[in-house]
Design a protein. Structure first.
Length: 269
């Protein structure tokens, strides 16, 4: 899943693809590089980020979704049912909600009505406060429990159980060691029986690994570390990885497959 950020304040690319034209061209490049899906989002979810008005989020994402949907399957990255509905009308085929439907009580009903895949991420609160909620006795057990509860709530609301894709939410209400524990014990998330999406790409904990605070890698220098985590999670049978650098991801997976570490990918359907 290639990331198409249509935001001026993304932590990873600083608004490099903010205009519809630039975002659309970037999406085309990602597909040419080997992306199976494109994830178009108009709201930054970096720690501390403020939410844009609904009208602004719609203005950002709709022309990009429309332009790219004929090229590859498009996911709309949004917590708002109004934006999700408009994006589905514009050609998106998947909804990726970092709140798992918790931020908008109408989201589950929309996904159920449209019968589309729905990525439900582990989430405890919006960006302005999420890191204050990073308290766990056993982060993996608690993430698994909270994801299971989210699935049951979505199914009760009419969402098909098979339509739910789970995301453990690396970096969201989690400190570095929480992320590493989730990576080490990812099998426990996969064991829930749903497709799993992993998004470690360029996250802060990868910038800090092996470094002191003064030498932490900036986001654009975290792609090698991201590729290493991609191979790790692929070995654990995840469905998809959400990445900024598609070339490094594809190369890393090709090497792992050539070594016999992976079975050939089954595609994005």
């Amino acid at each position: 899943m290639g990331v198409v950020n249509v935001t001026p304040d993304s932590f990873s690319d600083g608004g490099a693809w903010f205009t519809p034209e630039a975002a659309t061209e970037h999406g085309r490049e990602l597909v040419a590089q080997g992306a199976d899906l494109l994830d178009v989002g108009g709201e930054s979810t970096r720690p501390g980020a403020q939410r844009p008005p609904v009208a602004e989020e719609l203005r950002r994402v709709l022309p990009v979704v429309q332009a790219l949907s004929g090229l590859a399957p498009v996911s709309v990255d949004t917590m708002r049912s109004e934006v999700a509905a408009a994006a589905l009308d514009a050609g998106a085929s998947l909804v990726n909600d970092v709140s798992g439907g918790l931020a908008d009580p109408e989201m589950a009903a929309l996904v159920a009505e449209r019968s589309v895949p729905f990525v439900a991420m582990h989430w405890r609160g919006h960006s302005t406060r999420m890191q204050s909620l990073a308290h766990y006795d056993d982060v993996v057990a608690e993430v698994v429990r909270e994801l299971s509860e989210r699935v049951e709530a979505l199914v009760t609301a009419g969402v098909s159980r098979d339509a739910v894709v789970l995301d453990p939410g690396f970096g969201f209400a989690k400190h570095a060691e929480h992320n590493w524990q989730l990576l080490r014990r990812l099998d426990e998330v996969v064991a829930l029986g749903h497709r799993v999406l992993v998004g470690t790409s360029r996250k802060t904990f990868l910038g800090a690994v092996g470094r002191t605070r003064e030498t932490t890698r900036p986001p654009l220098e975290r792609d090698v570390a991201t590729a290493a985590t991609t191979v790790h999670v692929a070995r654990h049978g995840v469905w998809c990885v959400r990445v900024h650098d598609v070339v490094a991801t594809v190369d890393a997976l090709d090497v792992a497959e050539a070594l016999g570490d992976l079975t050939p990918p089954g595609g994005a359907s």
